[in-house]
Design a protein around this ligand. Sequence first.
Ligand code: TRH
Length: 380
Amino acid sequence: MSFGDQHSGWDLHCRVVDNFGDAGVCWRIARMLANEHGLPVRLWIDRPQTLQALLPGLNAAAAVQYIDGVTVCDVTRIAPQPQAAAVVVEAFGCGLPEDYVVAMAAMPRPPQWIVLEYLSAEDWVDGHHGLASPHPRLPLQRWFFFPGFGGGNGGLPREHDLLARRGAFDAPAFWREFGFAPPHSDCLTASVFAYPDAPLAPLIDACAAAHEPALLVLPEGAMAVAARRLLGAGESVQSLQRGALELRWLPFLPQRRYDELLWACDLNFVRGEDSFVRAQWAGRPLVWQPYRQEDQAHRRKLAAFARRYAEGMDAAAAAAWNPLVQCWNDSDAGGLAQAWLAWRAQGAALQKHALEWSARLAAGPELVAALVEFVRGKVK
Ligand code: TRH
């Protein structure tokens, strides 16, 4: 099993904490390294079954497989060895096996060791991006690489053709493929991908009671199950109407197609890290629910993003966007109906801002290209 010569391989290590994002972000980066930068990439992952949900062609039972240009290795079936790696990326500080690190140190030219951090809009990120930290015992050095906003960091992952594909997207064909008519032009269509504590019931009630029509689109998952339970809809129900609200259930889409759902909607409720970034690239208004953290770090992350995102936003639109985001994250059932109506009144301004935001991000660093450049700058 050869993974290319010693001076070109990238080993990307991913430990699935829970949910899909660790695998989602790592797969996206691995795929881009291989397909946009022509690098031999090994993705070392501990739960390939999580990746399979995003990549249906993956065989979750295989120890090693080559798919979409990437060699995917299941670390529970094959022990990682660094000998083919010129670069080792430790995603989200997941930790590397001790014998793997010892082997790195023993190599004639130890690989560059990059710790890829979680995304945050907080100001401190820029001051930490690109810093080095010597290994406490071995002749190795780790470099900390931060995704981020505003240019003083590693930026965000964006495939080279993403915005062109967005521009060419055929929304009616997307809906027809799933057996639905395209929504009426006066209907506000929103996709919902959220954690179980999101206040879905008040959102359904607010949409159903409104004058203008709305459509909530639920990919299979916690929200899809919750909506069926709330509405007494059986598994076989794919759509139903309640007052001014239509609900549609979709399958959990392959990661490459999730962007299409975001492009087909006027608003996207997203969560975590990868869907959060994709919703920004979609150029559509978004409501973000960060992954809850014990020390309330998710609140600081949300506040920091809200501050950045609201820069340049029409004041009335900002006054409508923030309350909906806060109600969604605080599970504030009481405030949600009013926030929803206020948000809808600012829909056009928020759509205009979302496109401007996406263009602003696209003018900044693209993460994978920045990572390749960063490593190139470190090679002695
Ligand atoms: O699933 P998540 O909640 O993952 C989280 C976050 O990554 C968080 O930062 C991390 O700390 C935690 O895991 C451990 O949310 P996220 O990041 O949006 O990842 C979801 C992935 O699922 C993303 O790649 C989009 C993809 N997806 C599909 O491929 N198809 C779908 O139908 C849907 C709804 C999502």
